[in-house]
Design a protein around this ligand. Structure first.
Ligand SMILES: Nc1ncnc2c1ncn2[C@@H]1O[C@H](COP(=O)(O)OP(=O)(O)OP(=O)(O)O)[C@@H](O)[C@H]1O
Ligand SMILES: [Mg+2]
Length: 230
């Protein structure tokens, strides 16, 4: 069975009675364990919306025919109680947000330690794991800085460290190299290639960078809320 199976995902944002955006219009996608998948497509095509659903942050809309399906490692997550879904996300999924979403009042180290604590580690173990993750991302010397005291590329590397801190089975990253120079992009790609080879980590990356998609095993293209033929 596939690692991730999604069928007929729809997502509608209803801002008012007249202002409705149908961001996903029946997305089908299957991802095997250990795959590295790039998602490309124009602005507004639904890439981030899809990532948020695959990352169990949001649920697809109900009431479509055929019934939407989202199966993560053999478990139907649409039918799962919120608590279980939250735990599954905390323990198994790392998410790099397009806008980083670092907590402004916390230092880099505290930001990265947070998901380790959510996943049940002691404060001390979480800090140690966070130090390692910052080291791996080459940003350990900024551990005590808060997000406003970091450049865009540094914040991006902290947000990647946060996504990797629990060694997640699935890494979802929304434009992870958007603020990195070519040197840092190359280093990140090498790191992800290694995690994929050594840990069998499955990855889905939204990217506009041909270097990043070339490093993936498959490229999906979105347009107007659907995935086009591969
Ligand atoms: N929270 C929201 N409320 C209302 N509309 C939204 C919301 N989030 C996204 N949308 C709309 O849904 C559509 C898809 O947005 P999404 O963020 O998924 O696109 P994207 O492919 O990630 O674009 P980009 O490349 O610019 O990041 C867009 O038309 C957007 O305006
Ligand atoms: Mg986006």
């Amino acid at each position: 069975m596939a690692f991730l199976t999604a069928r007929n995902l729809n997502k509608t944002y209803r801002l008012s009675r007249r202002n409705v955006v149908h961001a996903l219009r029946g997305v089908d996608v299957t991802i095997e364990a250990g795959e590295t998948v790039a998602i490309a497509g124009p602005s507004g095509s639904g890439k981030s919306t899809l990532m948020h659903i695959l990352g169990l942050l949001h649920l697809p809309d109900r009431g479509y025919d055929p019934t939407p399906i989202l199966v993560f490692d053999g478990e139907d997550v649409t039918a799962m109680p919120d608590r279980d879904r939250t735990r599954m996300r905390a323990e198994r999924i790392g998410f790099v947000f397009q806008a980083f979403n670092l907590v402004p009042t916390l230092t880099a180290l505290e930001n990265v330690a947070l998901p380790a604590e959510y996943a049940g580690q002691s404060r001390k173990a979480a800090r140690a794991a966070a130090e390692d993750a910052l080291e791996v991302m080459g940003i350990a010397d900024r551990a005590g800085h808060r997000p406003v005291e970091l450049s865009g590329g540094q914040q991006q590397r902290v947000s990647i460290a946060r996504a990797l801190v629990n060694e997640p089975a699935l890494l979802l990253a929304d434009e992870p190299t958007g603020n990195l120079d070519s040197q840092n992009t190359a280093e990140l790609l090498e790191l992800l290639r290694r995690y994929n080879a050594e840990r069998g980590q499955t990855m889905v990356l939204v990217t506009h960078d041909p270097l990043v998609s070339a490093a993936c095993s498959r490229v999906l293209t979105m347009r107007d809320g659907v995935i086009l033929e591969e």
